[in-house]
Design a protein around this ligand. Structure first.
Ligand SMILES: Nc1ncnc2c1ncn2[C@@H]1O[C@H](COP(=O)(O)OP(=O)(O)O)[C@@H](O)[C@H]1O
Ligand SMILES: [Mg+2]
Length: 280
């Protein structure tokens, strides 16, 4: 079943004359992990906003086409209602924090209170999120005393606690140091195992090739490709769209090493070592 169905989505911010999203169509099946890639200004954040309802409900402007999440048309519903289905984690964890809560625990509770979740259920959900994100020992700390990686995990926990069907992460590691990024990716790996549908905008292609079932490549608001990591990263024109393939793929390309089964370039280290094993 398709949990996301985007048809001919066009969007232009107010007072601009360029489409941020230009006739974008794609479908996502429940439980899939989609890597969203593209150069700066390609339209990644705008697409994240369109999936979570910030476009067109917060960012106004001209809007055409349809975005359906679990059959619900985003344009026709209010942000609060959409939030129960779609969770969005921003690039900068600071902007996600309410700024009014004095503990991690309260921070996570905030969204649930707004949803009117009853107390017992709320406690269960918060405990589960704390566990899942491995931030239990920080529950009484002030969110603003945490490191970037820890704060981003709190941001993800707050969203996860609302049990969205779809989790959208807009470059969640771009503001983090390598350790913080590793913390977030560990969590993302756990969430994929939980079977959550995830859309993640990310610049670290190694990570995308490791986690993503499909990669969606945007450039100048247009959908350039939507295919397996292998097929997208094997494209010869990748660099023209501002994307450098994962290191493994670049090396394989330079060596002309294609996979014997698919004729495409390998995208992960394990694929390369399998290929070398085959050739021996
Ligand atoms: N708040 C905004 N107001 C006007 N134009 C915007 C706004 N945010 C983004 N844009 C424009 O929309 C286009 C897509 O940007 P964005 O979705 O942020 O791309 P990405 O996340 O891939 O860097 C760009 O041309 C950008 O300048
Ligand atoms: Mg962006």
């Amino acid at each position: 079943m398709n949990i996301i169905d985007v048809e001919g989505l066009k969007y232009k911010y107010p007072d601009t004359d360029k489409l941020a999203l230009n006739d974008v169509s794609f479908k996502v099946e429940k439980g899939e992990f989609i890597g969203l890639i593209g150069r700066n200004t390609a339209g990644k954040s705008s697409l994240c906003f369109a999936l979570s309802g910030l476009v067109p409900h917060f960012f106004k402007g001209a809007y055409g086409g349809k975005v359906l999440v679990d059959g619900m048309e985003i344009k026709q519903h209010e942000i609060g209602e959409i939030a129960a289905k779609v969770g969005l984690v921003f690039e900068n964890p600071f902007s996600q924090m309410t700024g009014s809560k004095y503990s991690v625990y309260e921070e996570i509770a905030f969204g649930l209170e707004n949803m009117g979740i009853e107390r017992k259920e709320m406690i269960a959900r918060i405990d589960e999120s704390l566990e899942l994100l491995a931030i239990k020992e920080m529950k009484d700390q002030n969110p603003f005393d945490l490191s970037g990686g820890q704060m981003q995990r709190v941001a993800i926990a707050s969203v996860i606690a609302m049990r969205p069907d779809v989790l959208i992460l807009d470059e969640p590691t771009s503001q983090l140091d390598p350790q913080g990024s590793a913390e977030v990716f560990r969590v993302v790996e756990n969430l994929t195992k939980e079977g959550m549908t995830i859309i993640m905008a990310e610049h670290k292609m190694e990570k995308i090739s490791q986690y993503a079932d499909s990669v969606l490549l945007l450039d100048d608001g247009e959908l350039i490709d939507y295919d397996t990591p292998e097929n997208v990263f094997s494209r010869d024109d990748l660099i023209n769209h501002g994307i450098a393939a994962p290191m493994v793929t670049s090396v394989a390309k330079a060596m002309g090493m294609k996979k014997s089964d698919t004729g495409k370039y390998p995208v992960t280290l394990s694929e390369i070592s399998r290929e070398m094993g085959d050739q021996r």
